[in-house]
Design a protein around this ligand. Structure first.
Ligand code: OXD
Ligand code: MN
Length: 584
């Protein structure tokens, strides 16, 4: 196969001259092609077939032990002016970036096949869909891209008709962290990634295209590309309200997207439209309409179980690629949290007999890749070209104290401030230091493809483009009491908070004004059938003025980093909140 698009043909030929693959394969995305790839990887040892009775169509991949996560310090935004990349990104001049990686790409595909992977981000017929082509020497990447995007002939036809596509070049190189780079060239709509096979570094449609390049493009064109889940909450009347929510990692984003309401919430259902990325455009009705650019889930395995996320647990029972999980002697995948006790005779994620002294059996960032269509609560709106209208946006983080269970911003501008000042506490498991606050504006810190100051200006500017923007809220499921116990049960019970949010978004719901925003009035959060003391409920909805005044200092110090690119109104919000806090 080849293509009628001369630009694509020339780029493939030019890349082949540089990387010197033995063969070039144009992916059509067919079942047959996938079977051939899987067979080749299984024969070559890149994939291990799992138990066909219990996990039909599932495979395990073990990555290089030094290649298990996104490598932010090796991720660059290459723009002509450094200020356009901003203090939130590593920067290189474009010519320097190309030079640095092209040397590494020289001959990197020798002895391998170069796969040409045309893909669509978004429903194929959506006016908001975008196209890309990834050239890669990793069949594992091809198999994952086939799940995560709409990949193959239909995508190629779209590229030929429109003439526009993001160019993504990927090679495993020698997998050395010393020779690993994930380079973005937003001015050329190009990505070059070498030295890693890990999802966020190597499946170029995801973080690299759908967030870093798309955020740049969205600013130019007047829309939003965000690190947000999209969920539909169906209420007993049968109406479905769509929410978008941004959380840093380890804050329960996947669980929220797939929430199962408790029995006492009869008539409520949650539909998953997306669990990682949302592209939002202003509709003719002045509302923000969101599509999920992805087609699959690339989720963290540890902690996923029937008890914590029954929808995810059911989804990954078939046709799933597991990466870096442990293996039982029966050929089943296993990870910490799947069952209370580890089964006997486990093989760990590195293929060794598991002994607890070697650490967890599954890597803490082990993953599953699976089509979203297998979700029991899959929303057919995921294929809707126009997307879904967003009623409310949620920002959140993990805060043991300070942030109440939920509060609503006063207006759009204040909501942008709430998102921009969002932060999350690190856990002992990840850093050794408990409770260190890390600012992660809109959960986009690692994914915003340009200066975050300009990004906030762009968010603020949406108010001029849309007459009926979503209401903005902040949530915190992780508030603790002085004994370090969680005050809120979380998981399915979070529907109670969503209920208030939906009421507020419609102009109802009882609230009281505070310096930081509207808090639920006493009794406004439905606690029927919930075993929670009045005291705990009160702590969850109270703010400490002294703590918040200190928080304002932290926020302002963070904002200072953005110099004159910081929109002035952000400082005005800090000032107003400070004044109101001091009035007691
Ligand atoms: C992800 C991430 O993998 O945010 O989705 O790192
Ligand atoms: Mn993510």
């Amino acid at each position: 196969m080849t293509t009628s698009n001369a630009e694509l043909r020339d780029w493939v030929e030019e890349t082949a001259r540089m990387t010197k693959p033995d063969r070039i394969h144009w992916c059509d995305g067919s079942e047959l092609e996938n079977e051939d790839l899987i067979r080749e990887m299984t024969n070559g040892g890149t994939l291990i077939k799992l138990n066909d009775q219990t996990y039909p169509g599932c495979h395990l991949h073990r990555s290089d032990p030094t290649d298990v996560a996104r490598t932010e310090h090796l991720t660059y935004i290459c723009t002509t002016n450094q200020d356009d990349a901003g203090p939130n990104n590593n920067w290189m001049r474009p010519e320097e970036g190309h030079k640095q990686v092209n040397t590494l790409f020289e001959g990197s595909m020798a002895g391998r096949t170069m796969y040409v992977v045309p893909y669509v981000m978004g429903p194929v017929e959506s006016p908001h869909a975008r196209y890309g082509v990834e050239l890669t020497d990793s069949p594992y990447v091809v198999a994952n891209m086939r799940i995560m995007t709409r990949m193959g002939t239909a995508a190629l036809r779209k590229i030929e008709a429109s003439g526009e596509f993001v160019r993504g070049l990927h090679s495993l190189g020698d997998l050395s962290p010393e020779r690993r780079f994930i380079m973005h060239f937003p001015e050329e709509m190009m990505i070059k990634s070498i030295g890693s096979g890990y999802g966020g570094n190597a499946l170029l449609g995801k973080k690299c295209h759908a967030l870093r390049l798309a955020s740049w493009q969205a600013r130019k064109e007047g829309w939003l590309a965000e690190h947000m889940l999209i969920m539909g909450v169906e209420t007993p009347s049968g109406e479905i309200f769509y929410l978008a929510a941004a959380f840093p990692s380890a804050c329960g984003k996947t669980n929220l997207a797939m929430l199962i309401p408790p029995d006492s919430f009869e008539g409520y259902r949650v539909w998953t439209v997306g669990e990682d990325i949302a592209w939002m455009h202003v509709g003719d009705d002045g509302r923000l309409w969101a599509i999920n650019p992805e087609a699959g889930l690339f989720g963290v395995a540890p902690g996923t179980s029937q008890a914590t996320n029954a929808n995810a647990a059911a989804t990954i029972q078939q046709n799933t690629i597991f990466t870096n999980v442990a293996l039982t002697e029966d050929g089943n995948p296993w990870w910490e949290g799947l069952s209370e006790n580890p089964p006997e005779n486990l093989t760990d994620w590195q293929g060794r007999k598991w002994v607890p002294s070697n650490g967890p059996a599954a890597h803490p960032n082990s993953r599953f890749t699976v089509t979203a269509r297998q979700l029991p609560n899959w929303s057919e709106k995921m294929e809707e070209p126009a997307g879904v209208p967003i009623s409310a946006m949620l920002f959140g983080g993990r805060r043991a104290s300070l942030a109440p269970l939920v509060y609503q911003s006063f207006d759009w501008s204040h909501g942008v401030f709430v998102g921009a000042s969002a932060a999350s506490e690190t856990t002992a498991a990840s850093t050794g230091q408990v409770g260190v606050v890390r600012r992660d504006p809109m959960a986009m810190l690692p994914f915003c493809g340009y200066n975050m100051g300009d990004y906030w200006s762009h968010w603020l500017g949406m108010e001029k483009k849309a007459s009926n923007l979503p209401k903005i809220f902040h949530v915190n499921w992780f508030r603790q009491n002085s004994a370090g116990q969680y005050l809120w049960p979380g998981f399915g019970e979070n529907i109670r908070v969503l209920q208030w949010i939906i009421e507020r978004a419609q102009g109802g719901g009882e609230a009281v004004k505070s310096p930081i925003g509207y808090l639920p009035a006493p009794g406004a959060i439905n606690s029927d059938g919930l075993d929670i003391s009045a005291e705990a409920m009160q702590s969850l909805l109270t703010i400490d003025h002294k703590e918040w005044a200190e928080e304002m200092d932290g926020i302002e110090a963070y904002f200072d980093k953005f110099g004159d690119r910081l929109p002035a109104v952000m400082r005005e919000h800090v000032q107003r909140i400070r004044e109101e806090l001091s009035q007691g």
